[in-house]
Design a protein around this ligand. Structure first.
Ligand code: ZN
Length: 243
C-alpha cells in the first residue's frame, strides 16, 4: 500500500519502505495515504526536492497524535513528561526487547509525549504474560514520575484507562487466578480483589525494574529533553552503555 501511495512521489534514497511499514503498523490505507501526503507537504515547505525519512516520521506522528501544540509546557513540566515517557520506553525495552520505534516529548493534539511501539508485538491472540507485559509498559510512565518526583500526575490518565481495560481482559478471558468467571454469578468482591492484585503485582514489578535503572531513567530523559525525539535504536544503545 505504501508503494502505491509513494509511486508518484520523489522519495529520498535513504527511505526504506519496510521500516516505514513497520512504524505504521495498524494504519489503514487512508491513514497511509494521508501520512504520505503530509510528508510531501512537509518536504515542500522546507524547499526539499525529495521526501526524506524525517518528513515521513514527522507525518506518521502527526497522523497518530495530531498537530504539534502552539502552547508549550513549562520547562519543568517538559522534564516530567520526559521522565514519564522514558519510563514507558525503559519498561517496554526491558519486558519486550526491540519494541520501541521512537520516543518523543513534543506535545501534540492528543498527548504530551509518546512512545511509538513498532508492530512486532501486535497479535490476534494474547497470553496472560503478553497482557501483563502491556500493563507494565502502561504503568511505566506513572511509576517513573513517582520515583523521580515522589508523586504522580494527571498525565497518566490514558495509561490508567488502558491498564484497567487490559486487566479486565485478563479476568474476562479466564486468564486470572480466578479461572473462568461468569460476570453475573462470580462474586463481585472476588473479581475486584483479583483486579487490584493484578495491577498491584505489575506496579511492584515496574517499580523494581525502574529503581534498578534510575540513573538510566534520568539520563534518558535528559537526552530526550535535549533532542525532543530519540529513535528506538538510540535508546537501546543508551541502555547498553549504562547497563
Ligand atoms: Zn504515559
Amino acid at each position: 500500500i505504501l508503494q502505491i501511495h509513494t509511486r508518484n512521489k520523489p522519495l529520498a534514497a535513504e527511505v526504506n519502505l519496510e521500516t516505514i511499514a513497520e512504524d505504521t503498523f495498524g494504519f489503514s490505507g487512508a491513514h497511509l495515504e494521508a501520512m504520505v501526503n503530509e510528508a510531501a507537504i512537509l518536504a515542500f515547505r522546507q524547499g526539499k526536492k525529495e521526501i526524506g525519512k524525517d518528513e515521513l516520521e514527522e507525518a506518521t506522528d502527526k497522523v497518530i497524535l495530531g498537530e504539534k501544540l502552539e502552547r508549550k509546557p513549562q520547562r519543568d513540566e517538559l522534564r516530567r513528561i520526559a521522565i514519564h515517557e522514558t519510563g514507558h520506553a525503559l519498561i517496554s525495552e526491558t519486558v519486550r526487547p526491540n519494541s520501541v520505534s521512537n520516543v518523543t516529548v513534543a506535545p501534540r493534539g492528543k498527548a504530551l509525549g509518546f512512545v511509538r511501539p513498532n508492530g512486532k508485538n501486535e497479535h490476534f491472540l494474547y497470553t496472560r504474560e503478553d497482557l501483563e507485559d502491556q500493563i507494565a509498559v502502561f504503568l511505566g510512565g506513572a511509576v517513573a514520575e513517582e520515583l523521580v518526583y515522589g508523586d504522580r500526575s494527571t498525565g497518566a490518565r490514558n495509561d490508567l484507562e488502558q491498564t484497567v481495560k487490559i486487566t479486565r481482559e485478563i479476568i474476562k478471558n479466564g486468564l486470572s487466578p480466578l479461572g473462568i468467571v461468569d460476570e453475573e454469578y462470580t462474586p463481585k468482591d472476588r473479581i475486584n480483589s483479583t483486579f487490584t492484585e493484578i495491577i498491584h503485582h505489575q506496579e511492584e514489578r515496574v517499580r523494581k525494574i525502574l529503581t534498578a535503572k534510575l540513573s538510566l531513567l534520568e539520563e534518558g530523559a535528559e537526552r530526550l529533553l535535549a533532542a525532543e525525539k530519540i529513535s528506538g535504536e538510540e535508546f537501546r544503545n543508551l541502555m547498553k552503555q549504562t547497563a
